[in-house]
Every structure is written in structure tokens, then in C-alpha cells.
Design a protein around this ligand. Structure first.
Ligand code: DQQ
Length: 542
């Protein structure tokens, strides 16, 4: 591992070295949070012998890296242990269902249990001797049948689990039922399917409360919940979801809108955020979402860095009051990392101006800002054919001149702005309504070439009575996670500045619109580093 590591993060979860991807089997068990994750012990690229690495935490912030939990060992997983989920069985006994790549390279589902329930960290996992417990049904491609969810229990006492699958262009979730968690029977018609999404990776299926931000356990089913079906689509590398109703009698899911595999689908995050998975946290009655955030540099860069991949900051998820989308917000524990603070109140962000927010460590910061909008009537008319927010964000980028916006933050910026990542907003007028556009523009994020600098964006509805827009950005050396409108929109990006690193990174607010915008409130904090302790395996693995 090279000595200079400007892109390693300070408060995001990452492994000490090598490649990581999907969060696996996140769970809370007797006071301890567990995070397993896809890991390649042999290098900084994806490998052909993937394992489940394992870390534990008391607060979801500081972590202890343990020995690897699940590694290839038997014909049913000899070619890799891929993603899966944990379920807490009665008596507080966790079980893991994961995908094994078997000796024929087929994808099968396997079970594992903790060897010793009295070990608070559940360090050692034993595979069920009769694995696999689920093999690919003839209706799907045996090479694309994976990622079992957390199981839920019906009123009839039976367990249910879904597995992601593919048949040609068709993507689907296949349901299995079991009385004992060991013997599983396929339910023949797909639980839910879509025509053109391809394989559904890492499906996630869970209830959300209709009238509360609290989470509910995965088996809860009553009139005060709706269900979320999420899948990760390789067609566009996004985690998309639909809301709907679960009918346990017919054993199917009726979505309010269908998956399309296009940019019309609701996304957790409009930037980099894949293979996400939630779990119910009974300690704080909330549902928490984790996701893999991959690199935007090249594999060669990753080999030189010695590592690749981060986990997002865990986010609490709940249903918006409208009932039409989810809200996501960084877990409250993250606030404990807030250190030195600067505040700005009631400042006019004059048309064409830029100003520095100084006094904090801009490479490692948490920034919350509330913008006050001018009279909305003067907003530019949106061209109704421009329905692709991401495209609009890259065509009308941060430096193009608008009326209300672009305004926002320049993060991980060089002093002279030669490098800058712009998180910004623009307001448009449509027939009878106002539309906000939130963008994360990476096009000038680094003087380095050969990076993926794609700009991301999403539309949102502006309430003309409120006339304000809020933004929170978590900045951590090479990652920026931004939350617009109190968590209605999330955009995560990866950037690799050459100049704007550590103490040479700056934070600015800017306005390239012809109308002034107010900053009613801005709070920014330097963030402390989280603690990662190695219990053993990682320190020896090189
Ligand atoms: N990653 C795993 C698969 C999953 C994919 C393999 C999603 O189980 O479908 O590492 O990123």
C-alpha cells in the first residue's frame, strides 16, 4: 500500500486493503451491529474467489475488523461466496442465506449459522451440512439466480424469502417458502417481475410505516404499512425501487408503478450507490440502508492504491408523508463526529458571486445549508422535451448562466477553483408548477484524466409557498454524499482531486443565476476520523 493515500476516507467504512463491494447480511444482534461485505482477499479488483468479510460495531461508526466469516470451502460454494442476507430467527438466533458459486458455476443458495451464540461478535460461522438449500429452478438462468433477501415470517408461521433472477431480458424475484428455514419450496409464479431490466441483483423487500419515520421489522404486515421492493439493475447500475402492496394470500406484490429499467424509476441515489440492503434496527426502531459505492478511477489506479470500494454512510429510511417516495437521512450517530463548526446566517448570495466557507477542514466535512429562493415567477421555462435530469445537469452545468440558479456548493475545490465538484440547484417553471433540478457535477473535479467524471442529477417538485431548498453534503476526501430537500434526493459521487486534497481542499458557495439567492442558514463542521480496529485477519493477509 503506497504511503500517500489522499483518497482514503476518514469516516466511511472501508476495508484496510483490497477490493470490497456489496454490503452483506447487515444486522443488529444483542447490542452489536454486524456488517459483512463482499471482499476479495487477493487483490484490489473483483476476484473469482469472493468471500464474506466481517466487521462489528457498537455505534455504526467505529468498527472492529474480524476474521472472515464465510469463505469458499465446499462444492456448493467452491467458486465464491456471493451476496446474501441475515435473518434473526426466534430465540434471537441469526441465520445467513448467501449465494454460492458451485463447482459447476451455478448459483445456489446456502445457509450458515453462528457456531457459538455466546460469542458477542459471532466470529465463527458454520455452513449447514445439507447445503445448498435452494437450487436454480428451470424457469431461470442458472448463472443468474442470486442474492437471497432477509426472510420474513407470515401469520401462518411459514418463512418466505426472495431470490433475484433473470430469464433473457426479464428480471424477477422468485419466492420460496419454508416451515423450518432449512427446507425451501419454490412458489412457481414470480413474486414480481419486469420485462426489460435484466437480472435483479440484491433484491430487498420490506415494510415501511405509512404514518411514522420509525422502521418496522421485516415480518410486520398490517394496514399501517406499505411494502418496498428494491432491485439493483445492471442495465444502468442503479438501485431502483417501487412501492406497493404485499398480498400474503396470493403470495404476490402489487406495485403502484412498475419498474421500467429507465431513468423514470425511483432511485435511492442518483449517483453511485449499488447493491444496497436494509435491516431493521430494534435498538432504535429504525430501518437502515447500506450500499456499496464503487470507484470512479481505473482498475490500474486501484491496484496502485491497493484498495477499491467504500460503503455509504448508513442511512435511515422511511416513507415520505406523500406516500410516494422514500426519505433517506444519514444515521444520527454521524453527528457525533462533528467537530469544529462554522455558521453563516442570513447571507445574500449575490448573482454571479462566490465566497469561501472557511474555518473547517473542507476535505473532511459535514455541511448543511438552507437556501432561500427569490420570486419564482421569473424562473426559466423548462423545455418539456428535456426529461433526463442527468443530461440536463451536464448540459446546463454549474458554470452555465441561469435565472434562479445554478447555485450551491463547490466542494473539494482547489484554492484557484482549477478543481471543484459542484453540488447545485436550478429552478424551472413548467405549466402550473415549479421544478427543481439537483445536480452533482464532477466534470471539473480533478485535473487528472481517465476518471469517470459523469454528472448526476434528479428533478424534484418545488413547493411555491415555501420558496426554499435545503442541502446536506458529507464530504470525505474522495466521496461526496449529498442529500437535497431533507433527504428527498440523494446523490453520491467519487472524485480524485490532484490539488484539492487534505489541507489544500476548500469549500465555496456560489450563484451563477441572474437573481440573488439567500443563505438563511449554513452550518459546516470538520469531521473527526472514525476508529477502525483490526482484530486479526487483515493485518496478516499481505
Ligand atoms: N455482487 C455479488 C453478487 C451480486 C453483485 C458478487 C451485485 O451476489 O449480484 O460480489 O453487486
Amino acid at each position: 500500500v503506497p504511503e500517500s493515500q489522499p483518497y482514503r476516507t476518514a469516516y466511511h467504512f472501508q476495508s484496510p486493503m483490497n477490493w470490497l463491494n456489496d454490503p452483506n447480511g447487515p444486522m443488529y444482534h444483542e447490542g452489536v451491529y454486524h456488517l459483512f461485505y463482499q471482499y476479495n482477499p487477493y487483490g484490489a479488483v473483483f476476484g473469482d474467489s469472493m468471500i464474506w468479510a466481517h466487521s462489528v460495531s457498537y455505534d455504526l461508526i467505529n468498527w472492529v475488523h474480524l476474521d472472515h466469516a464465510i469463505e469458499p470451502s465446499d462444492p456448493f460454494d467452491i467458486n465464491s461466496c456471493w451476496s446474501g442476507s441475515a435473518t434473526i430467527l426466534p430465540g434471537n438466533k441469526p441465520a445467513i442465506l448467501y449465494t454460492g458459486i458451485d463447482a459447476n458455476n451455478y448459483q445456489v443458495q446456502n445457509l450458515a449459522f453462528p457456531k457459538n451464540l455466546s460469542d458477542p461478535f459471532l466470529r465463527v460461522w458454520e455452513k449447514y451440512t445439507q447445503n445448498p438449500v435452494i437450487t436454480p429452478p428451470s424457469t431461470v438462468d442458472a448463472l443468474n439466480f442470486r442474492d437471497p433477501t432477509t426472510a420474513w415470517q407470515g401469520e401462518d408461521g411459514k418463512w418466505r424469502v426472495i431470490v433475484g433472477a433473470r430469464n433473457g431480458h426479464e428480471g424477477m424475484a422468485i419466492l420460496y417458502q419454508s416451515e423450518d428455514f432449512v427446507n425451501w419450496t419454490v412458489h412457481l409464479s414470480p413474486f414480481y417481475r419486469s420485462d426489460s431490466t435484466g437480472i435483479w441483483e440484491c433484491p430487498d423487500f420490506y415494510p415501511v410505516s405509512i404514518n411514522s419515520t420509525n422502521g418496522v421489522d421485516t415480518s410486520v404486515h398490517n394496514p399501517s404499512v406499505k411494502h418496498v421492493m428494491k432491485a439493483s439493475f445492471q442495465v444502468n447500475w442503479h438501485d431502483c425501487y417501487v412501492l406497493g402492496t404485499y398480498d400474503p394470500e396470493k403470495e404476490n406484490f402489487i406495485p403502484e408503478d412498475d419498474f421500467t429499467g429507465t431513468n423514470l424509476d425511483l432511485r435511492f441515489d442518483y449517483g453511485k450507490f449499488y447493491a444496497s440492503k436494509t435491516f431493521f434496527d430494534p435498538a432504535k426502531n429504525r430501518r437502515i440502508l447500506w450500499a456499496w459505492v464503487n470507484e470512479s478511477d481505473s482498475s490500474q489506479d486501484d491496484i496502485e492504491k491497493g484498495w477499491a470500494g467504500l460503503q455509504s454512510i448508513p442511512r435511515q429510511v422511511w416513507l415520505d408523508k406523500s406516500g410516494k417516495q422514500l426519505i433517506q437521512w444519514p444515521i444520527e450517530e454521524i453527528d457525533k463526529l462533528r467537530d469544529k463548526q462554522v455558521s453563516i446566517n442570513g447571507k445574500e448570495l449575490i448573482s454571479g458571486s462566490i465566497f469561501e466557507v472557511s474555518g473547517i477542514t473542507a476535505s473532511q466535512a459535514d455541511v448543511e445549508v438552507s437556501f432561500e429562493l427569490p420570486e419564482l415567477e421569473s424562473a426559466e421555462l423548462i423545455d418539456p422535451t428535456r426529461v433526463d435530469a442527468q443530461l440536463l445537469c451536464s448540459e446546463e452545468n454549474a458554470s452555465s448562466l441561469g435565472i434562479i440558479g445554478p447555485f450551491g456548493l463547490l466542494v473539494l475545490a482547489a484554492k484557484d477553483l482549477a478543481e471543484q465538484t459542484a453540488i447545485f440547484f436550478r429552478v424551472y417553471k413548467a405549466q402550473n408548477r415549479y421544478i427543481g433540478l439537483m445536480c452533482s457535477d464532477q466534470s471539473r473535479s480533478s485535473l487528472r484524466n481517465e476518471l469517470d467524471k459523469t454528472t448526476y442529477g434528479a428533478f424534484f417538485r418545488i413547493d411555491p409557498n415555501l420558496k426554499k431548498i435545503s442541502l446536506r453534503s458529507l464530504i470525505d476526501h474522495s466521496i461526496v454524499e449529498s442529500f437535497g430537500e431533507e433527504g428527498r434526493i440523494a446523490i453520491t459521487s467519487r472524485v480524485y482531486p490532484l490539488l484539492a486534497i487534505d489541507k489544500e481542499a476548500y469549500l465555496y458557495a456560489f450563484n451563477n443565476g441572474t437573481l440573488n439567492v439567500g443563505i438563511s442558514k449554513l452550518n459546516a463542521w470538520s469531521m473527526k476520523k472514525t476508529q477502525f480496529d483490526d482484530e486479526q485477519s487483515f493485518s496478516y493477509s499481505l
